[in-house]
Design a protein around this ligand. Sequence first.
Ligand code: PLP
Length: 412
Amino acid sequence: MSNDARELASLGERHLWGHFTNLSLMQRIGLPVIERGEGAYVYDAQGKKYLDGLSGLFTVNVGHGRAELGQAAARQAEQLGYFPLWSFGHEPAITLAQRLAALAPGDLNRVFFTSGGGEAVESAWKIAVQYFAKIGQPERRKVISRNFAYHGTTLGALSISGIPAMREPFEPLFPWAVKVMNTNRYRCASCEKAPACTLDCADDIERKIIAEGPETVAAVVLEPMQNTGGALTPPEGYFARVREICNKYGVLLVSDEVICAFGRLGEWFGCQRYGYQPDMITFAKGVTSGYAPLGGVIASDRLAAPFIEGDGSVLMHGLTFGGHPVSCAVALANLDVMEREDILGNVRRNEAYFGEVMEGLRDLPLVGDLRGAGYFRVVELVKDKATKESFTPEECNWLLRDVLSPRISRLV
Ligand SMILES: Cc1ncc(COP(=O)(O)O)c(C=O)c1O
């Protein structure tokens, strides 16, 4: 390692507080410092090349090193570096909102911008609660989401998230966030042995709505395909049933598309892939391919109506950097790249090939299950195929760090 690279890593070890990072481990093994990116690869400060298989954090949908996205940011910063969307508009936010409205399905046509995904999820919850209060249903405050689903880490979003280890240090969290079964067919206690999914996972939503009292439930928040647990695809008929349940009890369906949008599943939005109409979409990440931070909620005029009509009362919610002009300009340039290069079509064209390659792994003794769609797939490794026993966290660390990563990096 050069002296400069070593110095940078040691400054990072001293001053940087990494997210979800084991600081003591970093002191021992050294902080990896990534210097630049190109296409599907990134390079560290010593010039070592890595395949960025996770696309940052499911974020860099058009790949690294796109100069035109940087140029769009520079042009916007020169023109208008910042202005809030608090009672003002600016051209990049307006144009982007209009463009997202055109891409979103059905009547979704009004965008509330945030600076990231967790904020988008919390914003959707707050919009739902205030909407119901305005139409005379103030008791509707609860939100339903799935076990092990990840929807962000700020306290509101964390309440919606269902990952016990992340929640535990901060409990008790918001009491109005209720959890239901997820769609892990490989490990489903209810219908794993049945020839096909019985949709008990969807019916669980109805059971919880009834148990909580339908008049108290504001929203159901679901990813089109759940990330945590490993690319948990929705079974056939799942979203049609969920939509039916939400309609029956007057509950809003929020599609958390922070990962599943902008080509990840070969469509602009994951709900288009699975053919359902949500009442709100939350998005972030791929909207700018990560070249600038941005997120948001796409809602319909129906939800905005109580804020427009009558006394015109205000949505009591806002963020300084929500809809930052530089981020919006980057998002517009990113959507241009996606359209020009037919990124969505590329995902669809490669999908069958990816599936075939993965199927070739099925017989390996370590491979328990293969799942996913588009560019969002998982190979679930197990200790024992017959019992589906998982590895312990220590074994996972060893397997990932000491066995798989070195072997995969030899292939890159
Ligand atoms: C589905 C989903 N929702 C919300 C979030 C939180 O997004 P952010 O980290 O931008 O707050 C994530 C992050 O990965 C996510 O996957």
